[in-house]
Design a protein around this ligand. Structure first.
Ligand SMILES: NC(=O)c1ccc[n+]([C@@H]2O[C@H](COP(=O)([O-])OP(=O)(O)OC[C@H]3O[C@@H](n4cnc5c(N)ncnc54)[C@H](O)[C@@H]3O)[C@@H](O)[C@H]2O)c1
Length: 316
């Protein structure tokens, strides 16, 4: 039997909609030998384990267990999707305080059994919780990753692809900053197959139209609200986004992704986690790219970072 240290082990804390959608994607991908499910609601984690395990005859073999923190000792990556969503009448600050409290409990429990795992945070507000986790872990960088604007960038690329009638994988465009209202699009660097948007004409005849591009950005930023109004939560796209980050880590891919990490002076920002295109590999955050932003993009990015810092200060 394989030594546990040689196995690819993924831990998942929080087996709600986002966590289990990620788990479902992971089991179909053959990336991990073992998946450990942990939730404060242990019966929920057990039920999800049973349901997922019953699908194993249709995919590649792996082990899925409902476990405890001790089972994370040899995990390579621990994905955290635990937390509460906003309840009616609850303020944003109360939500932040509650989820920050949950992370103060979870992160030390992981570190007590495993000091080497990459921690991937998805719970909201993701940038603040990434910063809190990195501070608890005592690491400025590298091993704590927030999903950040990975999802927003995917939504943006999809919508631009639809607009121009091209495969969204040929669209290279980033949403950066806060995963939330103060995020911004890096229009100055956006391109399709290397062609800047002002010069690109799609096979559908679609050329440059700034008003349409502005609408696409608004739809990207408001997508979560629109989906939550219709189906209460979003989970498929973020589940696949988390899978792609875990894959970049486990396969040491050095993939450029708009993940959130604690900045240490890049773009004049420090002491807060926020998203910029970043190289992700087996060590976690390998490098936050130093991009030639326009003056207005740089200013908007710094404003977004300040918004996050102010919010973090509210709970300190
Ligand atoms: N980063 C993104 O792009 C993105 C996208 C969608 C949702 N989210 C966020 O992901 C989080 C989860 O969303 P969801 O829809 O899965 O919520 P959910 O309510 O379905 O699941 C949350 C789970 O966390 C568990 N939990 C609560 N406290 C815990 C603790 N102390 N230890 C272990 N488990 C605990 C709950 O029992 C529950 O099963 C939310 O914060 C949501 O805002 C992030």
């Amino acid at each position: 039997m394989m030594d546990r240290k040689e196995m690819n082990i993924v831990g998942l804390i929080g087996t709600g909609m986002v966590g289990t959608t990620f788990a479902y994607a992971l089991m179909q991908h053959g990336l991990a030998n073992e998946l450990v499910l942990i939730d404060a609601d242990t019966r929920r984690a057990e039920g999800e384990m049973m349901d997922l395990n019953h699908g194993l005859p249709f995919v590649r073999p792996m082990r899925i267990i409902a476990g405890d923190y001790a089972d994370l000792a040899d995990a390579d990556v621990v994905v955290i999707c635990a937390g509460i969503g906003q309840r009616p009448g609850q303020t944003r600050l109360e939500l932040l305080k509650t989820n920050a409290g949950i992370f103060q409990e979870i992160v030390p429990k992981i570190l007590a059994v495993n000091q080497d795992a990459i921690l991937l945070i998805a719970s909201n507000p993701v940038d603040i919780l990434t910063q809190i986790s990195a501070e608890i872990a005592g690491m400025d960088c590298c091993r704590v990753i927030g999903s950040g604007t990975t999802l927003d960038t995917a939504r943006f690329r999809y919508m631009l692809g639809q607009h121009y009638g091209v495969d969204s994988r040929s669209v290279h465009a980033f949403i950066v900053g806060e995963h939330g209202d103060s995020e911004l699009a890096l229009w100055s660097l956006a391109n399709i197959a290397g062609i800047r948007l002002p010069d690109f004409v799609g096979a559908n005849g679609q050329g440059y139209d700034q008003a349409a591009l502005d609408r696409i950005f608004d739809q990207t930023r408001n997508a979560a609200y629109e989906i939550i109004q219709r189906k209460r939560a979003t989970y498929y796209a973020i589940g696949l986004g988390l899978l792609s980050i875990v894959e970049a880590v486990m396969r040491d891919q050095h993939t450029v992704m708009t993940v959130s990490s604690p900045l240490t002076g890049q773009y004049g920002v420090k002491d807060i986690s926020i998203s910029m295109p970043t190289i992700v590999g087996r060590r976690g955050i390998e490098e936050v790219l130093n991009l030639p932003l326009s003056a207005s993009e740089l200013e908007a990015f710094r404003r977004s970072a300040q918004t996050l810092k102010d919010r973090l200060a509210e709970i300190r």
